[in-house]
Every structure is written in C-alpha cells, then in structure tokens.
Design a binder for this molecule. Structure first.
Ligand SMILES: Nc1ncnc2c1ncn2[C@@H]1O[C@H](COP(=O)(O)OP(=O)(O)OP(=O)(O)O)[C@@H](O)[C@H]1O
Length: 228
C-alpha cells in the first residue's frame, strides 16, 4: 500500500512547452521513498532533478503517471489538496529565499504562520530550532549580517520549524565551503532523524553522499539506482 511510503512515483513523465516545442524532460520515473529515509539525487545539470523535486513538492502539476505524497495522489488533485500537501513539506533551496527585511527569528516565525499553534508554542519551537542549528545568539540579526553557512542554517530552521514529514532540498550546500556544507547537511540529518522526517536532497556535492541511506542518479530525464 502506498500509504507506507512518504513518496511514491510511478511511470511519471513530464514535458515542457507546447506543440512543436514540446519537449519531454522526465521519462517513466519510478521511485518509492520510505518514511524516515534520506535519499540523495545526483546527476548532470539539466537532467531533470529540479523538475522532479518541484513536482514532488506540489509546486508544479504532474501531467502523466502517478505521484503520491504521504499517500495523496497529486495527479489531477485540486489546488486545496495541493495546499494541504505543501504544509507537510519543508523546502530548502540554494538561494535560501530569506526575507532581508525580517530578522532571523522573524524569518523562521513566518513559516509557522499557516500552522495552528499558539504564540507560546510558536516562540518555543522557533527558539528551539534556531538553537539546534547553532543560531540562538543571532535571533535579532538580519540575513545580510550572516555568512552563507549561517543563512543556510536559517533556511533549515525555517523548513523544520513546522515539523514537516518530508524535506525537499535542492543544492543546499552549493554556495558553501566544505566544512559549512557538511555541517548544514549533518544538522538536517540529525533533526530529521529526531522528527522521523524523510529527506530528498539534490546535490552535485560528492562530499556529502555518505550521509544518504540511498543514492539515486538522474541522467537525461531517466532515473537510475546507484549503490550507496
Ligand atoms: N520552465 C521550463 N521551461 C522549459 N524548459 C525547462 C524549464 N525548466 C527546465 N527546463 C528544461 O528541462 C530540463 C531539465 O531541467 P532541470 O532544471 O529539471 O534539470 P536539473 O537536473 O535540475 O539541472 P541543474 O542541476 O542545472 O539544476 C532541462 O533541459 C531544462 O532546460
């Protein structure tokens, strides 16, 4: 039963463009990710990794095949269902998309706005998650006063504060040096294990591959397994 999987993809195809310009970018993708599993996806630029990640995240509508997130089919689902699914997902992207006019604390707080938690509970969770990424001494800082690694740690805190069941991360270490890159992924891993959260992480960074339970490889829109 697909409910046991965090992510279940079956015979998924995806196309960009219309008519003569229509181009297939994902070919017959099949993938099952267990709850609590950490999967790293690698592969050359332009192979379709981000497209697959945004489909899984409910940020793009599936066109063909089946895509179930936490047992919910996303193909032909209505916008309200997509919104509900997105609440269970934490997103970490390379550009970290922090809002520069909000402090570290406020950036994380924003992620809780759609969640049904009291102000006290929100405050407790924000402080706790920022503490666990080592930023409790930077609550009132603005993103422009932080290093790349610190910004990425705020992005992780923001993704985790809502206690998502799934984290989707696209090149979270791309702008970081070796040490900070490993640090942020280790923090993600530790927090995710504590919360029983599933991680799907896209990277070109060979230095973090050993943190995965499983490595998968995308080439020319085709997904292949790879021994971890
Ligand atoms: N919005 C779009 N419209 C048309 N084509 C697109 C669009 N987004 C991506 N593509 C094309 O789809 C293919 C897959 O792109 P995608 O971004 O998913 O690859 P990727 O593996 O994530 O690459 P990278 O590692 O460079 O981010 C590429 O050929 C790309 O040019």
């Amino acid at each position: 039963m697909s409910l046991q999987f965090a992510i279940s993809v079956t015979q998924l195809n995806h196309y960009y463009g219309q008519d003569a310009l229509r181009k297939q970018v994902l070919f017959d993708i099949n993938l099952q990710v267990d709850r609590g599993e950490i999967v790293i996806m690698t592969g050359p630029s332009g192979s379709g990794k981000t497209t697959l990640l945004t489909l899984m995240g409910g940020l793009r509508s599936p066109q063909e095949g089946s895509l179930k997130i936490l047992g919910q089919e996303l193909l032909d689902s209505i916008p309200d269902q997509m919104t509900l699914i997105r609440r269970n997902i934490g997103y970490i992207f390379q550009a970290h998309n922090l809002l520069n006019f909000l402090t570290v604390y406020q950036n994380v707080e924003m992620a809780l706005e759609l969640h049904d938690v009291t102000a006290e509970e929100a405050d407790r969770r924000i402080r706790e998650v920022l503490d666990s990424v080592g930023l409790s001494h930077r609550l009132d800082y603005y993103p422009s006063d932080l290093s790349g690694g610190q910004k990425q740690r705020v992005a992780i805190a923001r993704a985790l504060v809502g206690q998502p069941k799934i984290i989707l991360a696209d090149e979270p270490t791309a702008a970081l040096d070796k040490k900070s890159g490993r640090d942020v992924v280790e923090i993600m891993e530790k927090l995710a294990k504590q919360q029983g959260c599933t991680i799907l992480l896209v990277t070109h960074d060979n230095r973090i591959l050993d943190l995965a339970d499983r490595i998968i490889y995308m080439e020319d829109g085709v997904l292949m397994p790879r021994a971890a």
